[in-house]
Design a protein around this ligand. Sequence first.
Ligand code: CLR
Length: 393
Amino acid sequence: EEASAVPAAQRGSWSSFLKSIASFSGDLSSLTAPPFILSPTSLTEFPAYWCERPDYFAAIADAAPGQDRAIAVLRWFISTLKDQYTSRNEELGSEKKPLNPVLGEVFYGIWPDKNGRGETSLLVEQVSHHPPITAYVIENRTKQLRLVGHNAQKTSFSSGSIIVKQIGHAVLTVAGEEYLITFPRLRIDGLWYGSPYIELAETSHIVGGGYTCSIEYKGKGYFSGKSHTFKATLTPLPGMGGAGPREIVVEGTWHETSKFVKGGGGTFYEVREHKEETIPLPWDAELGEYETRRLWFLVAKGIREGDFELASREKSRIENEQRQRRKDEAAEGTSWQLKHFEIVESDPICEPCFQTFPLPPSLLFLFCCWFTSPFVTSRQFISTTFNHHCRAL
Ligand code: CLR
């Protein structure tokens, strides 16, 4: 029998946490979890994962428009998956429960220029608290690259695992060309033993530049029997095939290695050859009041140092302050003003893109869901003041 990672004193609260997830679906962030599973990182920091391979990001702009660029977009996307979905296991020993950002919480970062790749900058804002929605802009001006996205999660419980449906999407703009990116579904396993980890499931898409790409994810016991497997199929949209081969297929594991199996040859991506560049931002009392690493400074310190009394006292203080702010706003008839984003009900970037591309049935279905969902899916958050604030850093 596998040993449990749950400290003896927290077994009771871990099993009641599991019971409450099982009888519940929606916003997991509101459930109280035992200390051993708490992470000192706020969800506003997660969009940084898109930036940790700045060379691959820049390579998108350097690739020729058409097939080469579609491949570069896919390669960059795949290169971020290991950091997005396995780094907490590597750094903290297991997947953990992140801090739930407050409305208006912001996080900024910069990945410096090196060898002419240009500077990559990141801006994140928590644009909703209930349900939690995080919006971000990533920009490399030298290369004229911009990624604008927002994300939320819908969670449910199924045969011992947490199933996380990612809501939202990102739009990558490169020299005027647009790519629409959707996100995979997550399965969180290992809950029983207190050592949760993520497996990706189902299919995500990248559509743009005359190509459509579907990425299918499988774990242990599916087509290769290996964990973290994917198969990406890149197809030119009708009338936009150009001179390249009709279809490209890439297969492998997203945390290790992958290769072309159709329409090309050799290695597609080798994770070991590249090191992720994590953000060099310190926890600092001189940051703005709503900047993640100032706002959560003491909570994170408490979690990291095992001082859970400090962590929970500070967390309650932040939450009470938020409740008071919402009450005051209600009383004054005002509402919180977002700093960098505004919510637009229909998406001027995506809509024309959906209408002009003849889409395969699976994608049509996906887009229909976006437009009919009562949740946040058909909304796009457009950055209003990104340039200004990033310059100020
Ligand atoms: C956020 C968007 C990133 C990718 C990503 C990775 C890990 C996900 C996270 C997203 C959302 C929140 C998440 C987390 C893993 C665990 C955590 C689903 C999708 C939940 C809320 C915590 C579950 C608690 C157990 C670990 C006990 O691009």
